[in-house]
Ligand binder design. Structure first.
Ligand code: GLA
Length: 418
């Protein structure tokens, strides 16, 4: 093989299907906290000062993130969603924070969050108004990008309400360029495909070149139905969306609602496991000041976070479905594999699933090492192709495990077996 050809082959092995936005950010799925699902557009600081959208809320979340081990577990971004600005831009056309709820302004808040070793995210919209009716960025992309950079903001969630769908691509690309032009590293979180899907199949090559992550489907709610609908949408579009994910750009199935009101503990485990398999951003929307220890331990489970943040950066997919079970798999670095088995039968008790029947069990030929992570951590030891390993999975719960191939010499092998 000529040297040139060898180089091309090596390059094609190294780079994912499409080029990512090259801002050096989101090389692994983003981890942090985002206010929307839990706190929504609560602006009533007079009667509900603890839960309204105000600088106090983000400062308290930042405090909790450091104090309770969230930062140490990898959660880094504290993100503002809709309803932070004034209804009017300032005399120079710049967005400004609501003066009553953010008396110190966003720059001061960013300084505070940075002083804790964390990063600050903000929210704006590609159209005339945000989804909740605050000023949109249409006609102000450069001004707003520069304002966010001047405030030392680290992430922008850019929503897609109130714009004709044919202008979405242009708007999202212009804002990406405007952010880049500021010279500040600002992670760019988009909703471009979500707003385009009702009209046409989005161009994921362009989206990956423009954004660090992108929402494809409906807003998450605090309910098992909502989680199931997101998983269903993802699985039924996986051929289109999975290849577009990789270091620098990720599909975003929306926030983790673990620690709130609507999911049983098994369902919370299912969300955590499947979000890790999907290489999804892990943006919690909950109240870190008041969260039960089991939810906290689940969100901080280092073995699940390791799967989410695996350096290979490949998104997993649903590989089998039947008898009210679903099997999801994610290829990991060093030829390992993460496998999640979801029990969708919401009647009866725990059901057994023969894991050695799944096609990817071929990595256990001749041998593999299996670690069970959910519902509880357990080293399952060395297994072979013939092992009859039965996992017990609770209704609407998930069994999560990693499989590490072992070669003929009894050592973990890193060679590609595909
Ligand atoms: C849209 C987005 C949500 C949230 C709200 C805010 O619905 O998809 O994530 O940002 O707008 O108004």
């Amino acid at each position: 093989m000529s040297k040139m050809l060898l180089l091309l082959v090596l390059l094609s092995l190294l780079s994912p299907a499409a080029e990512a936005l090259v801002n050096g950010l989101a090389l692994k799925p983003t981890m942090g906290w985002l206010h929307w699902e839990r706190f929504m557009c609560n602006t009533d600081c007079d009667t509900d000062p603890d839960n309204c959208i105000s600088e106090r809320l983000y400062m308290q979340m930042a405090d909790m993130m450091v104090k309770d081990g969230w930062k140490e577990a990898g959660y880094e971004y504290v993100c503002i969603d809709d309803c932070w600005p004034s209804y009017q831009r300032d005399a120079r056309g710049r967005l400004q924070a609501d003066p009553k709820r953010f008396p110190g302004g966003i720059k001061k808040l960013a300084d505070y969050v940075h002083s804790k070793g964390l990063k600050l995210g903000i929210y704006a919209d590609v159209g005339e108004k945000t989804c909740a009716g605050y000023p949109g960025s249409l006609g102000y992309y450069e001004t707003d990008a520069q304002t966010f950079a001047d405030w030392d903001v680290d992430l922008l969630k850019f929503d897609g309400c109130n714009l004709k769908w044919t202008l979405l691509g242009d708007g999202y690309i212009k804002m990406s360029e405007a952010l880049n032009k500021t010279g500040r590293s600002i992670l760019y979180s988009c909703e471009w495909p979500l707003y385009e899907w009702p009209f046409q199949k989005p161009n994921y090559t362009a989206i990956r070149e423009t954004c660090n992550h992108w929402r494809n489907f409906n807003d998450v709610f605090d309910s098992w139905n909502s989680i199931k609908s997101i998983l269903d949408w993802t699985a039924s579009h996986q051929d289109i969306i999975v290849p577009s994910a990789g270091p620098g750009g990720w599909n975003d199935p929306d926030m983790l609602v673990i620690g709130n009101f609507g999911l049983s503990h098994d369902q919370q485990e299912s969300q955590m496991a499947l979000w890790a398999i999907m290489a999804a951003p892990l943006l919690m929307s909950n109240d870190l000041r008041d969260i039960c220890p089991r939810s906290k331990d689940l969100l901080q489970n280092r073995r699940i976070i390791e799967i989410s943040q695996d350096p290979l950066g490949k998104q997993g997919h649903r590989s089998a479905k039947g008898n009210h079970f679903e099997v999801w798999e994610r290829p990991l670095s060093k030829n390992r594999l993460a496998v999640a088995v979801l029990n969708l039968q919401e009647i009866g008790g725990p059901r057994g699933f023969a894991i050695s029947g799944v096609p990817s069990w071929k990595v256990c030929d001749p041998q593999c090492n299996v670690t069970l992570i959910l519902p509880q951590y357990k080293e399952m030891g060395v297994q072979t192709k013939e092992s009859k390993l039965i996992l017990k999975v609770n209704p609407s719960g998930t069994a999560l495990l990693t499989v590490t191939p072992i070669n003929d010499f009894g050592r973990l092998h890193w060679k590609n077996t595909n």
